[in-house]
Design a protein around this ligand. Structure first.
Ligand SMILES: Cc1cc2nc3c(=O)[nH]c(=O)nc-3n(C[C@H](O)[C@H](O)[C@H](O)COP(=O)(O)OP(=O)(O)OC[C@H]3O[C@@H](n4cnc5c(N)ncnc54)[C@H](O)[C@@H]3O)c2cc1C
Length: 414
């Protein structure tokens, strides 16, 4: 595969851009692979990439029932941060954030990582105490965050109304090297790098069954025929419960819709990401100028990937308190994705009751930021049978009561 570079742009411009190769090949599935990854979202593709890059395992297929990044990876609001409370979470999210810093160079694909800074507003005394505690925990974990006062909040984001009609802004948890990236570019960049290593990226290939013998996985049935494998990685976010059922075990996961919306594009008005958890909404500005807005997840289980009017009303009403200027904006479009929620709001990266079958799910409302770290850990788990980054996130924790409670860090704050 030819590298993207300034020289390549000049060369192709001279040939009227007719010489660009396809970013990844679309081969027919083989009969057998060393490893199959189900799910062509960011986490599945990152797992495949690190299997190849870190462990030299390239006889790998990624099977995707729709198109790459068509699940939550292409539907999220792209916030990347690592200011979590518990040590195992801070470790994996900070690993991911650090990998995002060099991802464009590593993949030779511009993922537009923008470390513009993320702040989580404290609008009650309770939140002030909570975020101060997180800042102290982050200092011990080596994650660079600080608690800042209202004047600094106003300086960083002048459009915030710090007086707020119901909740004044009392401060914020600020992470200066947090930010955003272009979500579908992350999926495309990983897919291109996987394809360059000789892996098969197979779209429109739905897994419909998992075959096993003597407690070991043997392969999968798909809409394009049966495919054998030595190892299976299930990385399908909101559809994890359905795949687990095919593999013969149950997951402590609920699938719910999470929605987002964008406004018409306007001139640059904010260059940080702001989450206002008390009023229940968050906002950033895209490179195109749209205000990217999100809120909480729906309160009922469902598999319907769509937006709803009650969500627009609730979220926009909440955010107008914090950003009065948005009351005059037109909203352009809204959408939903199915997120996989665990009870402690932490992910599962684990072996399963089926031998050589591994699962990576439960990233809920906040897994975009984790993609590189999660792929790194899942690849290590699949290749070596264990990973220090994943060791706390096993399925057993639900039976043993070793919860990793991140309900504050991962509620409306994505
Ligand atoms: C509206 C919204 C806003 C969000 N905002 C943020 C944010 O700001 N920051 C953040 O960090 N996270 C955010 N998230 C969460 C984040 O998007 C997800 O945690 C993350 O993208 C999950 O990635 P994934 O690769 O696990 O899943 P997905 O991208 O959903 O990929 C799973 C893939 O599996 C495929 N699949 C399912 N079943 C099968 C099958 N049987 N056979 C083959 N393929 C199958 C699906 O088609 C899908 O492409 C948000 C999510 C939503 C919905």
């Amino acid at each position: 595969m030819r590298r993207y570079s300034a020289a390549a742009i000049v060369r192709e411009a001279a040939r009227h851009h007719e010489g660009w190769e396809r970013a990844w090949a679309s081969p027919e599935p083989k009969r057998k692979y060393d490893a199959i990854i189900v799910g062509g979202g960011g986490h599945g593709l990152a797992t495949a990439y690190y299997l190849g890059r870190n462990f030299g395992l390239t006889n790998v297929a990624v099977l995707e029932k729709g198109w790459l990044g068509g699940g939550n990876t292409g539907r999220n609001t792209t916030i990347i941060r690592s200011n979590y409370l518990q040590d195992p979470s801070a470790a994996i999210y900070e690993k991911a954030r650090a990998l995002y810093e060099t991802m464009s160079q590593d993949l030779n694909y511009n993922v537009m990582f923008s470390p513009r800074g993320v702040m989580m507003l404290a609008q009650t005394e309770h939140e002030v105490r909570g975020y101060r505690r997180t800042a102290h925990a982050n200092a011990l974990q080596g994650v660079d965050t600080e608690f800042v006062g209202p004047e600094r909040v106003k300086e960083l984001c002048p459009i915030i109304n710090i007086e707020g009609p119901r909740y004044p802004v009392l401060g914020a948890l600020w992470q200066a090297r947090a930010g955003t990236a272009r979500h579908d570019a992350v999926a495309w960049g990983y897919a291109r790098a996987c394809s360059a290593m000789g892996m098969d990226i197979i779209q429109k290939c739905e897994v419909t069954g998992v075959r096993s013998s003597n407690g070991q996985v043997m392969g999968v049935d798909t809409t394009r025929g049966p495919i054998d494998c030595d190892k299976l990685g299930i990385v399908v976010a909101g559809h994890s419960g359905a795949l687990a059922e095919m593999a013969g075990f149950r997951l402590p996961i609920e699938s719910v819709a999470l929605q987002a919306l964008v406004s018409e594009p306007i001139k640059p008005v904010m260059d940080v990401v702001v989450m206002a958890n008390t009023v229940h909404g968050y906002m950033s500005q895209s490179d195109k100028g749209e205000m990217v807005i999100g809120g909480g997840a729906d309160g009922y289980n469902n598999y319907t990937q769509r937006g709803s009017f009650h969500h627009i009303e609730e979220t926009v009403r909440a955010l107008i308190e914090t950003f009065p200027i948005i009351s005059r904006l037109k909203m352009l479009r809204h959408w939903g994705g199915i997120v996989d929620m665990t009870g402690d709001r932490s992910p599962i990266i684990s072996k399963t009751p089926l031998g050589n079958c591994f699962i990576n799910c439960g990233w809920g409302t906040g897994g975009f930021k984790a993609i590189p770290g999660s792929g790194w850990a899942m690849a290590e788990l699949m290749a070596r049978g264990g990973s220090p980054l994943a060791s706390a996130f096993t399925l057993e924790r639900f039976r043993e009561g070793r919860f990793i409670d991140e309900s504050v860090a991962a509620g409306v704050a994505h």
